[in-house]
Each structure stands twice: as structure tokens, then as C-alpha cells.
Design a protein around this ligand. Sequence first.
Ligand code: C2E
Ligand code: CA
Ligand code: CA
Length: 518
Amino acid sequence: MTAASTVCCMAFFRTRAGWQASIILFCGTAVLVFAHGTDAHERILIFLHRYEAFELDELLLALDVVGLMSIVYACLRLLDLRQEKRRRDHAEARADWMARHDALTGLYNRHALSERLEILRQKRNQRFGIILLDLDGFKKINDAFGHAAGDCVLQEVASRITSLTAAGDTFRFGGDEFVVIIPEPSKLVETAQQIVSALCVPIAFNGIVLDIGASAGFAEHPKNAPTPAECLTNADAAMYAAKASGRGRVYAYDQSMQERQFAKARLEHSLREALRAGEIKPYYQPILDLQTGAVMAFEALARWEQAPGKFVPPSEFISIAEDMGLIVELTDQLLRMACRDALHWPEHVILSFNISPTQLQERGLGLRILNILMEAGLTPNRLEIEITETALVHELETAALILNDLHEGGIRIALDDFGTGYSSLAQLSNFQFDKIKIDRSFVSSFQDQEKQEKIVKAIVGLGIGLDVPTTAEGIETPEQLRSLIEMGCRFGQGYLFGKAVPAHEIPEAVLQIRSAVV
Ligand code: C2E
Ligand code: CA
Ligand code: CA
């Protein structure tokens, strides 16, 4: 018997079936030894012969046949079991493959990457580099051409990356993020650039050309990071820096990137805390009826006073809240506070409230807003929701349903920052708006530029034609105000009338504004 078959036998006897076989073998041998020792077979034959009339020999024959049938049955069962085992081994191998691979691209997945990083950690002194790639414009492709196009892009990207790297070193890290481990750090820059160039070549899908690109960041172990996990984090920081500087860039990690990451992480942490403590509050900037000079609304603008006198700009923390998935909670909290404040204003003064574009993709938004209004006791006709054009680019159907819910509930909708998106006019014909807010960039410069003035005039005219009143944002000088009134602009907002103030400063602000215009 060879060593291999000995090992196989030992392994078999350690299994449950092996135990059972050993017990049966042991019992059978014991019976045989006993029968042999006592001459049992001969005695049985004599007994059968002596009592032939009992037909015990037929009974014995029947027992032999049953024994034979059991052997055949056992053999068949054994075959079944072997087949079953083969099937199970196959299923286990498949489950194992799936646990370590991404089904769409066939690349190793995040789990496999963690295992690889752990192996690298145990090797301690091995030098290597990590490239982290993120596709540019992938979300747009998914939104505009559907998931089939997105899947096609991911498969093509995977095959382009693997054609430039060693087998088994590429991982799909997340949605459109890929990681490549480079065993030879001196090749990091060259490989990263080659991959990014390869990914900038457009991809053909069903007769359409999909314009895609990628940004990459890389880090080296142990030069930039003492552990493989930190090397990955640092490559990520470099990738973010590359992405922030524009499309198609390749960045090597440097210390300052991590500091920026830490600062961002700290800000994220304090944002969570501030939200929990209700420290982000709405301030109110007046919107005036330019014909009467009266305040007709207050726009709620989020203010986060991180330390006394130190405000974090909303443009910064709103996008972080969106990224962290905290925007829903933040909006609800702000809207509740704003509704409570609005109850103290005169009946004709409405609350204008900004909704982040990402929220126009949550189907339940309309209902939630209406619930908050009901709880606060503010009637829906005193609320105006401001949405930007970018909110109406993705998931158009959902956005339309939400706008419909809001309209049916009696809430008005204003199209904010009009003229800054790329589909302003299309939005006007597709959706029903109650107000158009002309972006500050047109108002602040139109005194100096004839062209800008013509644009503002055209927007005001468009509003008049569509019977949708316009609000000019960012009015800072009396001259701007005069021109806008002459053009027929109905409402105005800007530092000329007042900056956003906390709720308790409003009554005074209202009085000041009346006198400023009149
Ligand atoms: P927005 O909705 O266009 O708000 C108007 C911005 O213009 C405000 O900036 C306001 O302070 C500023 N502004 C108003 N009049 C003038 C003026 O005469 N001159 C100048 N230079 N600026 C003026 P703020 O408060 O920094 O808000 C920036 C943006 O952040 C807002 O732009 C809005 O998109 C967003 N935001 C603010 N609060 C919220 C909120 O509660 N939720 C959401 N989703 N977004 C918000
Ligand atoms: Ca606004
Ligand atoms: Ca605006």
C-alpha cells in the first residue's frame, strides 16, 4: 500500500461512515470467530437436517437472499453518496469562488483583497505598491444609458486593467473602484499611467460611444505606510486628491493628503455630533416683493457655528452630509425648526426651504415633508421648496413623482439657481414651477456686462411669458435693484435687503427691509 492510499484510508476511518464501517467489520469478525470456535455452522446444519419438517432451510435461504439484496442496496447507496459528495464539493468550490470574486467582472473582490493584504502583512518586509483607481463619469453613464451600459463599462475596464497587470493582482474594490497590487514598486508610476491612459479610450456599447476615464492614486509599502492596510488607505487619499484636481490624473501619495483626510474625518465626526446635538440651525434671509417692498418670504439657510463666531459654510457641510447619508436627517431637523419659526411670522410670509438634489431621488420625500408640516401645524401653502436644476437630471421619473406629491399637497416649488445648469429650458417645459430664481452670478455681474443683462432680461421675460414669477438673487446695490424692477422682476433677495439672520432677529430685520426699499 502506498503512502497516499494509507493516508486516504486513515482519513476515511476518521469520518462518520468510516466509524460505522469499522464497528460493522468488528462485529462481523467477532461473530465469525465465535462461529468458528463453536463449530456453529456444522451444528446449524445438523439441526436443520434433524428438524427438516420445520422447513428452516427455506428460512435460511430467504435470509441469504435478503443479505445479498442488502449488499446490492449498500453498493447503490455508496454510488449515490459518492455522487452527492462530488456535487457538494463542486458547490463548495463555487461558493468559495463567489466569496472571493466579483461575479460581473470575474476579478477578485474586496474580501479577497483583505486576505491578500493580511498575507502581505505577515510577510512583513516585502515591498509592494497599491494603485487605487476610480472611474470618472461612471454614474452619469449608468443614469443616462442604464445599468446594462454600466455593466458593459465595468467588464471592459476590468479586462483593460488585467491586460496591463499580472494575473490575480487586480481587485474590484467597490462600485467603480479598482485596486491593483504592484509587487515591484519601481513600476508604480508607469503602470498607473498606462492604466489611466487605457481607461480614457471610449467604450462602444450598442452603437453608442461611452466616454469614460479614470483617476488614480498610489502608495508604496513600507515607504509611505508601515502596514498594507495603511498603504491602501493612503492610495485612497491620493486617489481622492487626484479626483479633486480634475479627470484622468495620477497622484502619488504624500503626507499632506493624509492630513487633509484626517481633517475631513474630523469634520465628518463633528458634523455627526452637531446633528445629534441639533447645533445646525436655519437662519433666514428675506425675499421681498419688489413692487411693494414687503417681505413675502424668508429663505431658510443652514448655519453651523462650529465654535463661537466660526461658521462652516453650507456649501461644505451639505455635500459632506450627502456623502455620509446624513442629508435626510439634516433636512428633516432643519425643516422642523424652520416650520416652528415660521409659525411666528405674519400669515402672508412664506418659508422658502432648500432641498438637496440627492433627495429628489427618495420616493417618500413628499410625504415626509407633508408630515413634518402637519406635526408643526404649518399649512402647506406657506411652504415653498427650492430645488436646483441638477436635481432634475437623474432619476427623472422619481423626481417628477415627488414634485407631483408636493404640488398636490399644496406646496409651491421654486427652480433655484436658474441658468447655471445645462438643461434649464428643458426643465421649465417638463415640470411645473411656481417660481424661477435667477442665479446670483447673473445678477452680480449684469451691471458690468451687457450680455448678462440681456440674459437676465430674457429670463424675466420668459417668466412673464410662462406666467411664472421670477426672483433675482444676490441683489447688492440700489442700481441692480432699480434695473431689475424696470425689467419686471417680481421678487428680490440679497445683501441689500439683509443677510440671513437667526430667527429671534427677524422682526427687526423685517422692519429695516421695508424702509430700505420704500
Ligand atoms: P442658495 O440656495 O442659492 O442660497 C443663496 C446663497 O446666496 C446663500 O449662501 C446666501 O447667503 C447667498 N446670498 C444671498 N444674497 C447674497 C448677496 O447679495 N450676495 C452674495 N454674495 N451672496 C448672497 P449660503 O447660505 O452660503 O448657501 C449656499 C448654498 O448652500 C445655498 O445656495 C444652497 O444651495 C445651500 N444651502 C444652504 N442651506 C441649505 C439647506 O438647508 N439645505 C440644502 N439642501 N442646501 C442648503
Ligand atoms: Ca436657495
Ligand atoms: Ca440660489
